[in-house]
Design a protein around this ligand. Structure first.
Ligand code: SAM
Length: 284
């Protein structure tokens, strides 16, 4: 019997492919194509519009980093806004912290429903947590119109293609910054820098136009081929990023997080960038 393969369609000149053991779900939502398939190496895999979003086996690398870096750096976060993140992995990690409320603004309710059904370990019950306030809405509209304020905003969006495109614009980040409390932090996925340097460069430029401290931090996510996953960082103070080792250890021991990727050494190291990524911050 011939093997069926899923080939990601993110780049015109580079493909990563997964051998499919079984198609678990395939369809079209109001906004995007969705497929969940079973693989041997990565468990179940979610793709939207042909682009890998997450897998059961390596999702922790991305979700732990996009959540714990800003939450631990802030140190006293009470309210979190997640934009996108329909698989629930970021929300699950955010709820490991003693916060009061997490608002999730996701465009596509079908992604949430299908992920809860077929990838239940991703959200792990997080959408039923009483601290979760789910709004089915475009993130662009939400930050333009809301009067709510947050300590942390996490933009866990699809790539800048289709409905996710607006979530990479300067006006969107500017409206996000108006929703942040003093010492608030915004983080956003800004692509796999080796392959999407233009996305990372533009994200940095936009954040740098708005925040006193704009930067990147990194994670290695095996199924985001090929290279480091880069996250944009925006904050109106320069100290949140530079907490001392002792203070970091103090916060970590109080939190007692159960993590597989994130730890205090990774936290500090994530802001040390290879030269080719550091160079993307040189704005002409
Ligand atoms: N970790 C993933 C990655 O980097 O590829 C992102 C995963 S999560 C599934 C992305 C979510 O962003 C999707 O569920 C999608 O529906 C949502 N999304 C895309 N555009 C959006 C928008 N304008 N407002 C709110 N959510 C949006």
């Amino acid at each position: 019997m011939s093997t069926r393969w899923f080939s990601e369609s993110l780049y015109p000149d580079f493909k990563q492919s997964f051998s499919i053991s079984e198609i678990v779900y395939e369809g079209r939502t109001e906004f995007q194509d969705i497929i969940i398939f079973q693989t041997q190496r990565f468990g179940r895999v979610l793709a939207l519009d042909g682009i890998i979003q997450t897998t059961e086996v390596d999702e922790f690398c991305y979700h732990e980093m996009i959540a714990h870096i800003p939450l631990v750096a802030h140190g006293a976060c009470k309210k979190v806004l997640i934009i996108g993140g329909g698989d629930g992995g970021t929300l699950r990690e955010v709820l490991k912290h003693p916060i009061e409320k997490a608002v999730v603004v996701e465009l596509d309710k079908t992604v949430i429903e299908i992920c809860m059904r077929h990838l239940p370990s991703l959200s792990g019950g997080a959408f039923d947590n009483p601290k979760t306030d789910l709004r089915i809405l475009d993130g662009l509209t939400y930050v333009r119109e809301t009067h709510e304020k947050f300590d942390i905003i996490i933009i866990d969006s699809t790539d800048p293609i289709g409905p996710g495109k607006a979530l990479f614009s300067e006006i969107f980040y500017r409206n996000c910054s108006k929703c942040l409390n003093e010492n608030g932090i915004l983080v956003t996925q800004s692509g796999v820098t080796w392959m999407q340097s233009d996305v990372a460069r533009k994200t940095f430029e936009n954040l740098n136009n708005i925040f006193l401290d704009a930067d990147f931090f990194l994670a290695q996510v095996p199924t985001y081929g090929a290279g480091f996953m880069t996250f944009g960082w925006g904050c109106n103070n320069k100290i949140s990023k530079m907490i001392s080792r002792n203070e970091l250890e103090r916060r970590m021991s109080k939190l007692n997080l159960n993590t597989k990727y994130y730890n205090s050494s990774v936290h500090r190291g994530a802001f040390f960038l290879p030269g080719y990524i550091e160079a993307l911050k040189n704005i002409r």
